[in-house]
Design a protein around this ligand. Structure first.
Ligand code: NDP
Length: 238
């Protein structure tokens, strides 16, 4: 840990794989005390608590476990998310509400729970993982895009409400990242997508994690209400 870094108590939701896992590993490597939530199986080498973010009770239980193990959460990375794509005319109401519940309402649940201790400490970092799609929209992703743009309004409102108490709230908007979430995309679609990315390639989860780490650091003390694209230029202009 360098002398600019204070060891913090960190919680990353959806840290069992992908961007959440890379973020947890990066923050742990920076010397923080890091906990992750998982549903299916915990990753190796990290403090993990089981929690489905669609359940307020499970979130409460997870926070109690994390607080007992490493102290009140000072840095929250709200990352857990799902897709359930389909065109508007064929999208069921349950597909819409499930995606919004997991990606947006859950962010409200964890931010609300975390803010209690942050307010007391007069210090906190909230980071919400949105998506380039939250700004540009995407055919077949009405539910997902709605949830991801919702995170921007949520984060910016928190930035206004809690800024006076030393709490920052920011959004990271990744582009196309190689994780399980994108692994199902057909090769032809993938190639087409890559052609539209100025940097000409997809991102690694570690490249997203590095930006999250910056936003949670002491160095980012004057950054709040921001939406930071990490998308190789894909979303420029939105
Ligand atoms: P993955 O599918 O690899 O991982 C998703 C994570 O979310 C898993 O840890 C999963 O837990 C967790 N999760 C899903 N639903 C729930 C739930 N109800 N309760 C608790 N945990 C849950 O996805 P990525 O790493 O790719 O995505 C992480 C975030 O980044 C998401 O919010 C996604 O929308 C966003 N994003 C991803 C992009 C990409 O290209 N991959 C691009 C832009 C944004 P478990 O494994 O235990 O089920």
């Amino acid at each position: 840990m360098d002398n600019q870094t204070t060891a913090r108590s960190v919680l990353v939701t959806g840290g069992s794989r992908g961007i959440g896992l890379a973020t947890a590993r990066t923050l742990a490597a920076h010397g923080h005390r890091v906990a992750i939530t998982y549903r299916s199986s915990p990753p190796e080498g990290l403090f993990a608590v089981r929690c489905d973010v669609t359940s307020t009770e499970q979130i409460e239980q997870a926070f109690l476990e994390v607080e007992a193990a490493q102290g009140p959460v000072e840095v929250l990375v709200s990352n857990a998310g799902i897709t359930d794509d389909g065109l508007l005319m064929r999208m069921s109401e349950s597909s819409f509400t499930t995606v919004v519940d997991t990606n947006l309402t859950a962010a409200y649940r964890v931010a609300k729970r975390a803010s209690r201790a942050m307010l007391k400490a007069r210090w906190g970092r909230l980071v919400f993982i949105s998506s380039v799609v939250g700004l540009s929209g995407a055919a077949g992703q009405i539910n997902y895009a709605a949830s991801k743009s919702g995170l921007i309004g949520l984060s910016r409102s928190i930035a206004r409400e809690l800024g006076g108490r030393g709490i920052t709230s920011n959004v990271v908007a990744p582009g196309y990242v190689d994780t399980d979430m994108t692994a199902t995309l057909a090769e032809a679609r993938r190639e087409e997508l890559v052609r539209s990315i100025p940097l000409g390639r997809t991102a690694t989860a570690e490249e997203i994690a590095a930006v999250v780490a910056f936003l949670t650091s002491e160095t980012a003390s004057y950054v709040t209400g921001a939406v930071l694209p990490v998308d190789g230029g894909l979303g420029m202009g939105h």
